[in-house]
Design a protein around this ligand. Sequence first.
Ligand code: SF4
Ligand code: SF4
Ligand code: SF4
Length: 162
Amino acid sequence: MLSRRDFLRGKKGNSIYPPWAISTFIDVCNRCGDCVNVCPLKIIKIGGGGYPVVDFNIGGCDFCQKCVEVCQGQTQALSLKSLDNPAWSMQLVITDKCILDKGIHCRSCEESCDVGAIIYKMKKQDMKVMGDIIIDNEKCTNCGYCVSVCPTNAIEFKTTER
Ligand code: SF4
Ligand code: SF4
Ligand code: SF4
């Protein structure tokens, strides 16, 4: 079973706890599943230990807050008080699974980003035209849409301190 520490670090593929989770989420959440059922985009699912996790491989989050609202009738593990803060404290990371390094043309993540946080830069290496992806973490909203469109699962989120 997933350990508490690994869960908090989001070490279940690209899955991570639902948006606006409190810092003591795993101690407070009662695993009722209401947030799973209410999410219109179906990106919240039951993960390790029965806790809800967001799976960005399914799609991105529109920040509709329906999961937070439904949790108010349960444990408030997703907190209305947190709504002024970002939904997650995470940073986007492009791993070495990105096929641009292999000279294969792909800009799916850049095209999926509505806020222009992903920038494609062309570079030449060994007479070959290659590409690089640059992430602007200041602009990134952590919506996860780029994760869902990447054909090689090359994009991961790393949690940062809340
Ligand atoms: S609605 Fe709240 S208490 Fe219920 S599973 Fe989701 S986060 Fe946990
Ligand atoms: S904010 Fe809305 S879209 Fe995002 S995980 Fe919650 S219910 Fe789903
Ligand atoms: S979608 Fe994935 S493989 Fe394509 S450029 Fe972006 S990170 Fe690389």
